[in-house]
Design a protein around this ligand. Structure first.
Ligand code: GLA
Length: 392
C-alpha cells in the first residue's frame, strides 16, 4: 500500500533540492503499538502494527565519496564523508542517520556516494517510531544503492544498535522490528526474547485504530525512559538472587508475584507487576483478535494504560486526559498511550461510526486546556519498509 501523496512529493522535492530525479524511493513506516508497552527490553511480548504514515526517502547514487542528506521536515542538510569518523553533528535528527552510516562502515561495508532526501508524513517525536523509520529507511537506501539486502531481523538489529550508540537512546527492538517485518492486514506479535515474529490477522470488522497526538513532545532518549530500563534491570538482578533460574522478567508469572513481592521495594514491585501483567495482556489481546472480541481487546488496552500510568509511571496529565475523553465517547472500545510515553500519542480502538464524534470530543475538551492542540487521525495497517524503483 502506497500513500497517495508522498511518492510524488518526494520525487519533486528531490529534484528541487538536487537538480536531478531520484533513482529510487524508500518508504519506511511508523507504527502504533496495540499493546505490550515497555516490555521489549525485558525480553517480553509486544504487538505493534505498521501504519500508513511513513518516512519517505528519495535517493540517487553519485560519484562523490560522500552521502549528502537533506531533511525536508527540518529544512537542514548534512554531509557524511565516507571512510571518515563522523564529525559532531548538531541537528537533532543527525545521529539516527550518521549512526546507521557509521555502523555499516564499521562493519566493513563499502558504501557508495549518494544523495538522500528525507520527507514523509510521520510526525517526529510523537511516539510513532519516527526514529526507527528514519534509521531503517536510511539503511535500506544505502544498502540498496550497493545492491545489498539484510534480513528483517538483521536490519532491525543494525538500526537499534545505531540508535543506542549514536543517539544514546537505550531503546528496545520493537520499533525497528515492526518497520522491517510488518505486513498489511496484520499486527506483529514479537517475542523480544528471541525476535521471533508471528503475524496476527487484524479482522476488526467495523472498527479502526485512531491515533490522537497530544502534541506534547516525546523524547525516548530522555532520562525517564533510561530510568525505567534501569529499574527493570535492578529488579531482575534482585530476583535472580532469590531464584537463579530466572533469566529475564519474562520468566516471572502472575502466580509467583506474591512470593517475589517480598524481595522488591515500593518502586521496583510496581515496575515488575506492570511487565508481568502486560505480557499476559498481549496474549489476551492476540486471543481477542482471533475471535473478533473487540470488547475484550478494548478493555485490555485500557487496563494497559492504567498500568503504565500507575505502576510503570510513564504517562502524563495530557495523555490521561485524552484517555478519559476518548473513553467517554460511545463506540470507543478502549484507549491507551502508545510508545515510550511522557507525551506523544494515544491510540483508541473505535467503531468506524464513532471516529467523527471522537475527534469532536477531543477538540472540544482537550484543545485549549494546554498550550497545544491534539490531532486525531485513523490509521490503517501497512507493509514493512520497501524500495520503489523510479527509473522505469
Ligand atoms: C520506545 C522504544 C521501544 C519500546 C517503547 C516502549 O518506542 O523505542 O523499544 O521500549 O518505547 O514500549
Amino acid at each position: 500500500m502506497v500513500d497517495a501523496q508522498f511518492p510524488r512529493d518526494a520525487v519533486t522535492a528531490f529534484a528541487e533540492q538536487f537538480g536531478l530525479s531520484p533513482e529510487f524511493l524508500v518508504r519506511a513506516p511508523g507504527r502504533i503499538n496495540l499493546i505490550g508497552e515497555h516490555t521489549d527490553y525485558t525480553g517480553g511480548l509486544v504487538l505493534p502494527m505498521a501504519i500508513d504514515r511513513a518516512v519517505w526517502i528519495a535517493a540517487r547514487t553519485t560519484d562523490m565519496p560522500a552521502v549528502e542528506v537533506y531533511s525536508a521536515h527540518f529544512d537542514q542538510s548534512l554531509t557524511y564523508q565516507l571512510g571518515k569518523e563522523p564529525d559532531d553533528f548538531s541537528e537533532p535528527w543527525a545521529p539516527y542517520v550518521v549512526g546507521v552510516l557509521a555502523l555499516l562502515e564499521r562493519q566493513g561495508i563499502k558504501l557508495h556516494g549518494c544523495r538522500l532526501l528525507i520527507g514523509g508524513d510521520l510526525p517526529p517525536g510523537a511516539g510513532l517510531a519516527s526514529s526507527a523509520a528514519l534509521e531503517v529507511g536510511v539503511a535500506k537506501a544505502v544498502l540498496h544503492a550497493i545492491g545489498q539486502k539484510r534480513s528483517p531481523v538483521g536490519l532491525a538489529t543494525l538500526c537499534r544498535q545505531a540508535e543506542q550508540e549514536y543517539a544514546k537512546s537505550p531503546c528496545g527492538i520493537m520499533d525497528q522490528m515492526c518497520c522491517t517485518s510488518a505486513q498489511a492486514g496484520h499486527a506483529l506479535l514479537i517475542d523480544c526474547r528471541n525476535t521471533v515474529c508471528q503475524r496476527i490477522p487484524l479482522d476488526l470488522g467495523h472498527a479502526v485504530f485512531v491515533v490522537i497526538d497530544s502534541s506534547v513532545h516525546h523524547s525516548i532518549a530522555g532520562r525517564e525512559y533510561a530510568a525505567r530500563r534501569r529499574d527493570c534491570s535492578v529488579a531482575l538482578d534482585t530476583l535472580r538472587v532469590v531464584d537463579p533460574s530466572i533469566s529475564s522478567l519474562r520468566d516471572v508469572t502472575e502466580d509467583r508475584l506474591p512470593f517475589f513481592a517480598e524481595h522488591l521495594d515500593d518502586t521496583l514491585l510496581p515496575r515488575v507487576r506492570h511487565v508481568v501483567r502486560e505480557n499476559a495482556r498481549v496474549l489476551g489481546a492476540v486471543k481477542a483478535l482471533g475471535t473478533g472480541d473487540l470488547d475484550t481487546l478494548g478493555r485490555l488496552m485500557t487496563e494497559s494504560h492504567e498500568s503504565l500510568r500507575d505502576d510503570f509511571r510513564v504517562s502524563c496529565e495530557e495523555l490521561d486526559d485524552l484517555i478519559s475523553i476518548a473513553s467517554g465517547v460511545d463506540g470507543v472500545y478502549g484507549a491507551r498511550l502508545t510508545g515510550g510515553g511522557f507525551g506523544g500519542c494515544v491510540i483508541a480502538l473505535s467503531s468506524g461510526d464513532a471516529v467523527h464524534a471522537l475527534g469532536s470530543a477531543i477538540h472540544e475538551s482537550y484543545d485549549g486546556l494546554y498550550e497545544t492542540d491534539a490531532s486525531v487521525f485513523a490509521v490503517r495497517s501497512t507493509d514493512a519498509v520497501n524500495v520503489i524503483d523510479t527509473r522505469a
